[in-house]
Write a protein that binds this ligand. Structure first.
Ligand SMILES: Cc1cc2nc3c(=O)[nH]c(=O)nc-3n(C[C@H](O)[C@H](O)[C@H](O)COP(=O)(O)O)c2cc1C
Length: 180
């Protein structure tokens, strides 16, 4: 059941040194490549990074929330072409999420690192820094980085207690949803 996989998916930021098998990585990328996009424009591109020096540099692209990238065996940087589609953020987010879920299915753990709209230490922005590290042209935006690997940290799966059913409304906003 997909819901069981979704409950298990937790962000993990500590990884074993063990590399991710090429076959597993390709399966994950395939999930991204068939993700839905507005008008099927597929405005995304992915940069796979397993070079430890580049991972180290990426981990410094923004002041907080990305340092652990340096300890991940691999990361996928999700780019978007805003000229190609005005839904590049949505499309890139779905692609990243598809890859994250396939990573989970492959026994890996992962974490999203936001780059778009995030500042850098030098004031140029985390996207500009990431573009420079990876040789990406100005025509592409950097949405986020999916860092992944075998976990070196346990996180409890979600249960029904974590589900805020009060966020669901039924037929009108003022009417609470009653669980079946
Ligand atoms: C749009 C988005 C941006 C995120 N950015 C970061 C980030 O920059 N650094 C980080 O460590 N986690 C980041 N996360 C992961 C969230 O912190 C995490 O999903 C949240 O705390 C819920 O935990 P869970 O993923 O285990 O359910 C991001 C998640 C999303 C969806």
């Amino acid at each position: 059941m997909l819901l069981e996989l979704l409950k298990k998916r937790r962000s993990v930021r500590k990884f074993q040194e063990k590399p991710v098998e090429t076959e597993k990585l390709e399966t994950i990328l395939q999930a991204g490549l068939i993700s839905p996009s507005g008008k099927s424009k597929r405005p995304w591109e992915f940069v796979v990074v397993d070079n430890s020096k580049k991972l180290e540099k990426l981990s410094k692209a923004k002041p907080a929330g990305g340092q652990f990238i340096k300890d991940a065996p691999v990361a996928v940087v999700v780019l978007g072409d805003s000229q190609k589609s005005d839904t590049w953020i949505e499309d890139g987010s779905i692609a990243l999420t598809f890859m994250q879920l396939e990573a989970e299915e492959q026994g890996l753990k992962s974490c999203w690192v936001q780059i778009d709209k995030r500042p850098s230490e030098d004031g140029r922005g985390a996207d500009a820094i990431t573009r420079e590290i990876l040789g990406i042209g100005d025509n592409l935006k950097v949405l986020a980085i999916l860092a992944m690997g075998y976990p070196a940290q346990e996180r409890p799966p979600y249960t029904e207690e974590d589900m805020e059913f009060s966020k669901i409304h039924y037929n009108s906003y003022g009417s609470a949803y009653k669980r079946r």
